[in-house]
Design a binder for this molecule. Structure first.
Ligand code: ZN
Length: 675
C-alpha cells in the first residue's frame, strides 16, 4: 500500500489521504529530513552559504507539506481521530525541530559562515537568511549548557501539547453549547434570515423551534437583535465562559502552566520575560515600546470611549429603562443607536453583499491593482465539497492556486484565516508557485436565500484576501522568507490595508449590487457606511487595547506568583474596563490567539498594523485608490518581498517615510476628541 503523502505531489492529494496515512508519513518524512541534515553536517567541504544555509532552507520540504496539510485539516475539518493524531505527532515534531536547532555540528557550520558575514558577497535576502538562521539557533539554546538544553526540549514538548489541549477545549465548549428556543417570543427582534437559519439548524438536529449556538453567525446576530435580555445574558455568559467551568474542559490550569513555561524558557535563554524574548524579532523591538504604544493610544481613545459608553447607557435607559448597561446589552443597543443615527442596519445592507458578488469584487480589486485574474477550476483535489478552487494569473502567467472555504462546519474552528498548502520559492531557474487558502465562517445560504454577508463579513473577506495576496504574490528565493513569513507586527499590513477598499465608492461600484434587482448600493448608504465606520470607535479601540494589555500582562512579567486567572485578568483590565464586572466569565481561558495561536506578546500588532495600514492607504488616497503607481510600489516593496528584509526598510521604500500615527487617529475620529 502506497502512502499518498510520501509520493511526490504538487496539489495536496486530499481524496487519497486517509487518517491512518498521517502518522507513518510524519515518521518517514522526519527520518528523510534527518538524513538531509546529516548530509549538511557531515559535508567534508568547509561550510559555505550554499552548502549550509541554502541547503538547510531547502531541506525537509516533504515534511513541511505533510505538516501543512495535516494542521490545516485539524483547523478546518477536524474530528476526534485527527485530534488524537495531532496529540501524538505534535511532540514528535517539536522534538525534531529542537533536535535541529540544538544540533551543535550544524550550529558550528552556520556560526562559521555567520562570522564571515561582512566579507561574503551576499545579496540582501541571503544576509537576512543567514542572520535569521543564526538567531534561530541562538534563540533556541545553541549556546546553552547541556542540562539547560535538555530542559528547553522538555518545555517545548509540554508547551506544544498544552496549546493543542487549550484549543481543543475551546472548540469542544463551542460545539457543546446549544440554546433551543420554542417560544416565538424568545426570537423576537431577530432578522428573518437569522431565524430561518436557526430553525434549519434545529431541524437538522431533529427538533422543533430554533437553535442558537456559539458559532459566530448564530451568536453575533442574537446578541445584536434579540429583544429578550435574559436570553442575551445567558448566551453572552456561555460565550464568555468557555474553558471556565471547573470541569474537564477548563483552561485555567493550562493558562497558568503555559505562561510559567514560557517565562522559564525565556529566562533560560537570558531574557527577562517571554515578551522580551518575542519582541527582539519584531518591528516594535521591546516590551517598553509596546506598552508606550498601547498607553499612548489608550490616552487618545479613553475619553471618547467613556463618552460613547455614557451615550449608550443613556439611550438604553431612554428606550427600555435599563439602569446599568451590561456586556450583553452592548451590541443590542449599539445596533439600535446606530440605526437611529445612521438608519443603516446590517439587514438593509446584506442584500447588496451576496457572497459570490463580494468574491468577484475582491477579485476585480486585485485585478485593477495588481493585474491578477482568477479562474475557478474543478480539477483540483479538495478536502470538502464546499471548498472552491481557483487558478490565479498575473498578466496571463500562472502565479498561485487559491482555495476558498467559506462556511462554518462542526469540525472547523471559529474565525477566519489564511494559510498555505505549498510555499513559494525559487530553486535554480524554477520559481515554484504557492498554494494559498482562505478559511472563513460566513453565514450559510438557506433554501430560500443565498449567502448574504454582513458588512463586517465583507471586510473580513477583504482582510483574509489581503493575507492571501501576500502569499500569492510572493517572489523570493528562499521558502522560509517567502510570503507572509514576516515579523508578526508587519503581517497584518497587507490584510488590513485591503479592508479600506470596502469603504470606497469606486470599489463598491464594482460589486455591491442587490442580489435580486441588480441595483447598485445607493450612494447614501455608502456615505453612511463611512460615517458609521467611526461609530463608537473609542470603545472599539479601548477594547482592542485591553486585549493587547492583557496579553502583555500575561507575558511581560514574572508569572510565578499568579494563582487566580480571573483575578489577575480583572486587574489587567482595570484601565480599560467600561462595563460592570461579570464573575461568570473569563477572557483568558478562551483567548486562543495568545494561548493556542502565535500571538503571545503580539496582540498589540493589530493596532500597530492599523497605524501602518492607515498610513499606507493615505498614500493610495493621495494618488487615487486604484493608482497603478502606488499599487506597483506596494507589490514590489511589500507584497512580493516577504521577510527578505527588515520590514521598516521595506515600508520606507514603499512609502518614502516611516509610518505616522496621525492617519489612524484621523480615520478613527480620535483627533478632534482631544483637540
Ligand atoms: Zn489578519
Amino acid at each position: 500500500m502506497k502512502n499518498p503523502l510520501l509520493e511526490p505531489f504538487n496539489e495536496a492529494p486530499f481524496s487519497k489521504i486517509k487518517n491512518e496515512h498521517f502518522k507513518p508519513a510524519f515518521l518517514q518524512a522526519i527520518e528523510d529530513t534527518k538524513k538531509e541534515i546529516d548530509d549538511i553536517v557531515n559535508n567534508p567541504e568547509p561550510p559555505t552559504f550554499e552548502n549550509t544555509l541554502e541547503a538547510l532552507d531547502f531541506s525537509g520540504q516533504q515534511l513541511d507539506r505533510i505538516s501543512s496539510i495535516f494542521f490545516n485539516l485539524n483547523s478546518a475539518e477536524t474530528n476526534e481521530e485527527i485530534q488524537k493524531i495531532a496529540q501524538e505527532v505534535s511532540p514528535l515534531l517539536s522534538e525534531f525541530s529542537n533536535d535541529i536547532v540544538l544540533n551543535q555540528g550544524l550550529f558550528q557550520r552556520i556560526k562559521t559562515v555567520y562570522e564571515q558575514l561582512d566579507s561574503l558577497d551576499l545579496t540582501k535576502e541571503q544576509q537576512t537568511l543567514l542572520e535569521k538562521k543564526y538567531k534561530n539557533f541562538s534563540r533556541n539554546g545553541a549556546n546553552l549548557k547541556e542540562e539547560n538544553k535538555k530542559r528547553l526540549r522538555e518545555i517545548d514538548a509540554e508547551l506544544s501539547k498544552l496549546k493543542l489541549t487549550f484549543g481543543e477545549n475551546v472548540l469542544a465548549e463551542t460545539n457543546k453549547y446549544e440554546m433551543f428556543l420554542t417560544d416565538e417570543k424568545d426570537v423576537e427582534g431577530l432578522p428573518e434570515g437569522t431565524k430561518e437559519a436557526a430553525a434549519q439548524l434545529a431541524k437538522s438536529k431533529g427538533k422543533e423551534g430554533w437553535l442558537i449556538t456559539l458559532d459566530y453567525p448564530s451568536y453575533i446576530p442574537f446578541m445584536k437583535y434579540a429583544k429578550n435580555r435574559e436570553l442575551r445574558k445567558e448566551l453572552s455568559l456561555a460565550f464568555g465562559s468557555k474553558g471556565f467551568h471547573n470541569d474537564e474542559l477548563d483552561n485555567q490550569e493550562n493558562v497558568i502552566r503555559i505562561v510559567n513555561l514560557r517565562h522559564e524558557r525565556a529566562n533560560l535563554l537570558g531574557y527577562d520575560t517571554h515578551a522580551d524574548f518575542v519582541l527582539e524579532e519584531r518591528m516594535a523591538e521591546t516590551p517598553k515600546k509596546v506598552l508606550d504604544f498601547l498607553h499612548e493610544l489608550l490616552e487618545k481613545a479613553k475619553p471618547a470611549a467613556e463618552r460613547e459608553f455614557a451615550e449608550l447607557e443613556a439611550y438604553a435607559k431612554e428606550l427600555d429603562n435599563i439602569d446599568r448597561l451590561e456586556k450583553w446589552d452592548s451590541a443590542y443597543y449599539s445596533e439600535k443607536l446606530k440605526q437611529k443615527l445612521f438608519n443603516l442596519d446590517d439587514e438593509k445592507l446584506k442584500p447588496y453583499f451576496k457572497l459570490e458578488n463580494v468574491i468577484n469584487g475582491v477579485f476585480k480589486v486585485a485585478e485593477k491593482l495588481f493585474g491578477l485574474t482568477f479562474k475557478e477550476v474543478d480539477h483540483i483535489d479538495k478536502y470538502h465539497e464546499e471548498v472552491k478552487t481557483f487558478e490565479v494569473y498575473e498578466n496571463d502567467n500562472f502565479i498561485s492556486l487559491f482555495y476558498a472555504d467559506f462556511h462554518p462546519r462542526p469540525g472547523k474552528r471559529g474565525g477566519a484565516w489564511m494559510t498555505s498548502y505549498k510555499p513559494q520559492y525559487t530553486l535554480g531557474e524554477k520559481n515554484s508557485r504557492p498554494h494559498i487558502s482562505n478559511v472563513c465562517n460566513f453565514t450559510k445560504p438557506t433554501s430560500s436565500k443565498p449567502s448574504l454577508l454582513t458588512f463586517n463579513e465583507v471586510t473580513t473577506l477583504f482582510h483574509e484576501f489581503g493575507h492571501a495576496l501576500h502569499g500569492m504574490l510572493a517572489n523570493t528565493t528562499y521558502p522560509s522568507l517567502s510570503g507572509a513569513s514576516v515579523y508578526w507586527d508587519f503581517v497584518e499590513l497587507p490584510s488590513q490595508v485591503m479592508e479600506n477598499w470596502c469603504y470606497e465608492k469606486e470599489a463598491l461600484e464594482l460589486f455591491a449590487h442587490h442580489y435580486e434587482t441588480g441595483e447598485l448600493i445607493p450612494m447614501e448608504f455608502v456615505e453612511k457606511i463611512k460615517e458609521s465606520a467611526t461609530f463608537q470607535e473609542g470603545m472599539a479601540t479601548v477594547r482592542q487595547l485591553s486585549f493587547g494589555l492583557l496579553d502583555m500582562a500575561w507575558h511581560g512579567k514574572d508569572p510565578s506568583e499568579i494563582k487566580d486567572v480571573k483575578a489577575y485578568e480583572t486587574k489587567a483590565f482595570e484601565s480599560t474596563d467600561l462595563f460592570p464586572e461579570t464573575l461568570e466569565t473569563c477572557m483568558s481561558t478562551s483567548f486562543a490567539h495568545i494561548f493556542q495561536g502565535g500571538y503571545s506578546s503580539g496582540y498589540y500588532s493589530y493596532k500597530w498594523a492599523e497605524v501602518l495600514d492607515a498610513d499606507a492607504f493615505a498614500y493610495f488616497k493621495e494618488n487615487g485608490i486604484f493608482s497603478k503607481m502606488v499599487a506597483d510600489k506596494f507589490k514590489e516593496h511589500v507584497l512580493s518581498k516577504g521577510g527578505t528584509e527588515n520590514p521598516m526598510e521595506l515600508y520606507k521604500r514603499f512609502r518614502g517615510a516611516e509610518p505616522n500615527i496621525d492617519a489612524l487617529l484621523e480615520r478613527a475620529g480620535l483627533l478632534e476628541t482631544n483637540g
